[in-house]
Write a protein that binds this ligand. Structure first.
Ligand SMILES: [Zn+2]
Length: 132
């Protein structure tokens, strides 16, 4: 990730848990999104392929949170969450100017062309998408 001077608030939340922004770069495994696409990103991180994700229980994804603390406290691990500390995988939050989004095609919802204003404004956060 690269850092640059921020000229506006880094996060324009749609809710307290969701961020939105523009894709800056994509990893080699990302084929359905490209730099410049406007996206919305949830706070939870899903892989899209584990047993839980296949059942649409993405908040229980067992591939995005490697916290041994959560496993010992609760007997299992929930999905990784952006901005909730090491208990949920230690992923930095969506309040940053740049956010690395793992499993980018699973965790980014593309905002359709022509959507503007509060429902689809851009440049709040820039994303680097990865396939893993
Ligand atoms: Zn999963």
């Amino acid at each position: 990730m690269r850092a640059r001077r921020c000229h506006r608030p880094a996060l324009a939340p749609l809710s307290s848990l969701t961020s939105r922004g523009v894709i800056d770069r994509v990893g080699p495994e990302v084929t359905t999104l490209k730099p410049g696409d406007k996206v919305v990103v949830s706070f939870q991180i899903a892989c899209g392929t584990c047993e839980y994700c296949k059942k649409k229980w993405s908040s229980m994804c067992d591939r995005t949170n490697n916290s041994s603390m959560m496993a010992s406290m609760y007997g299992h691990r929930d999905a990784g969450f952006f901005g909730y500390g090491h208990l949920t995988g230690g992923w930095p939050g969506g309040q940053a100017e740049y956010v690395r989004v793992p499993f980018g095609e699973v965790n980014c919802l593309k905002v359709p062309e022509g959507v503007t204003g509060e429902s689809g404004s851009t440049s709040s956060v820039e994303y680097l998408l990865t396939g893993r």
